[in-house]
Design a protein around this ligand. Structure first.
Ligand code: SAM
Length: 188
């Protein structure tokens, strides 16, 4: 059976993340992905979650507390500042859910420049076979520009260093979300 977008994103990350890894949720929102990462890297691992909205950080914090997760640091700031907040040298994987927080202010959205700059910062420290997953929602105002910027950046990554996959349902209506997965290759 074909996996839906969010299940496929988690399946890919489960394959690449190991207990003890450092993982990043670049857009916490309601905290679904943060919780998933926290459980996946386990108590010996570490998760950093970013969101610019206080509401998102609060919701995520609540979800983590309810689930007894203590391996997460939540940061209310932009994901492009990753290196200011994370001092570890190697990241196991990361996820971005682009767009706006569901049932919230639709004008607060991820933006092309900061998104690309955060991806670039994470790739610098990504482990071999580590993954950066981008879940691209683009049906809102501003979404198309971000989609184009992300596709332009990721499609030009050096194929000797990265594999870039696109996973999408091509017969769905209404600008259905899709995945871009970037995997760091072994140095040859
Ligand atoms: C689609 S939602 C994320 C959904 C989330 N992954 C979940 O499981 O509920 C996008 C989130 O990105 C946040 N965001 C927007 N710009 C950001 C930035 N520069 N840095 C970090 N988060 C940002 C928004 O506040 C919003 O909560």
């Amino acid at each position: 059976m074909l996996l839906n977008i969010l299940s496929y994103a988690h399946t890919l990350l489960k394959e690449c993340l190991e207990e003890g890894d450092v993982a990043i949720d670049a857009t916490c929102g309601n905290g679904h992905d943060t919780l998933f990462l926290s459980k996946t890297v386990g108590t010996s691992g570490k998760v950093y979650g970013f969101d610019i909205q206080e509401q998102a950080i609060q919701k995520t914090s609540q979800k983590l507390t309810e689930n007894g997760c203590h391996n997460v640091t939540l940061i209310q700031d932009s994901h492009e500042k990753i290196h200011t907040f994370i001092k570890e040298d190697v990241f196991g994987g990361a996820i971005f859910n682009l767009g706006y927080l569901p049932n919230s202010d639709k004008s607060i959205i991820t933006k092309p420049r900061s998104t690309v700059s955060a991806i670039e910062a994470i790739l610098e420290k990504l482990k071999t076979n580590g993954l950066v997953i981008l879940v691209i929602y683009y049906g809102h105002p501003g979404g198309e520009e971000e989609k184009e910027a992300v596709l332009s950046y990721t499609s030009q990554l050096n194929q000797k260093e990265y594999q870039v996959l696109q996973y999408s349902f091509i017969n769905q209506q209404n600008q259905a979300p899709f995945i871009i997965a970037i995997e760091k290759k072994k140095r040859s």
